[in-house]
Design a protein around this ligand. Structure first.
Ligand SMILES: CC(C)(COP(=O)(O)OP(=O)(O)OC[C@H]1O[C@@H](n2cnc3c(N)ncnc32)[C@H](O)[C@@H]1OP(=O)(O)O)[C@@H](O)C(=O)NCCC(=O)NCCS
Length: 167
């Protein structure tokens, strides 16, 4: 397994894996398959080459099998914070340590870059992801009711944070 930063050249593979993630786990992500499907490839190239966001991919035999992103805040009062987004591992690799490897890569760079606080959201009921983040020290600071609506059903979001300096 290889973990590396993704760039604009990875846009076709990233897009394909993201579409799979949104299709398989519609309740786990705030983005919808239908909206992302309409985005042109250039939008993904821009996203992967963006100044304030970083993405990592996990590769097996050259194939992208897992991914995670980190979005930095930019204003003077909140740029100590960053948001973990789009964590996904292909189901064939569940439980193999791929998610852990991706998160460790993200945490290493976040610390190097002086990020002090990470935040993320997990859909309530996604116990695997909640437990996964808990292993890295993420703690819940509140539940947002009816945070997303998927096919007419509401799902709450668990907001979690990790203080990097304290961990
Ligand atoms: C959450 C997810 C990324 C975990 O990836 P993974 O590669 O299977 O996780 P790892 O094998 O690296 O496991 C790391 C830790 O997570 C926890 N974990 C992983 N799978 C688990 C499960 N089925 N049940 C409970 N805990 C689990 C364990 O603590 C594990 O540590 P351990 O192996 O030392 O016990 C993956 O399940 C996934 O992509 N799920 C679908 C999409 C999703 O829900 N994304 C999160 C959106 S917020």
């Amino acid at each position: 397994m290889e973990i590396r930063r993704l760039g604009p050249d990875d846009a076709p593979d990233y897009r394909a894996l993201r579409m799979r993630a949104l299709w398989e786990f519609p309740e786990a992500f705030t983005s919808s398959w239908q909206e992302d499907e309409m985005q042109p490839m250039q939008a993904w190239e821009v996203r992967l080459g963006g100044e304030h966001a970083m993405f990592w991919g996990a590769f097996d035999g050259g194939a992208l099998c897992g991914m995670v992103g980190l979005e930095r805040q930019t204003r003077s009062k909140n740029r100590h914070k960053a948001t973990v987004v789009g964590m996904y591992v292909s189901q064939e690799y569940f439980g193999t340590g791929m998610g852990r490897a991706l998160m460790e890569a993200l945490l290493g760079v976040a610390r190097e870059e002086g990020v002090e606080l990470l935040v993320l959201t997990v859909t309530e009921g996604n116990s695997v992801a909640t437990n996964f983040y808990g292993q890295f020290g993420f703690r819940s600071f509140g539940i947002e009711p009816r945070a997303i609506k998927v096919d007419g059903s509401y799902f709450s979001k668990n907001h979690m944070y990790l203080e990097l300096e304290a961990s």
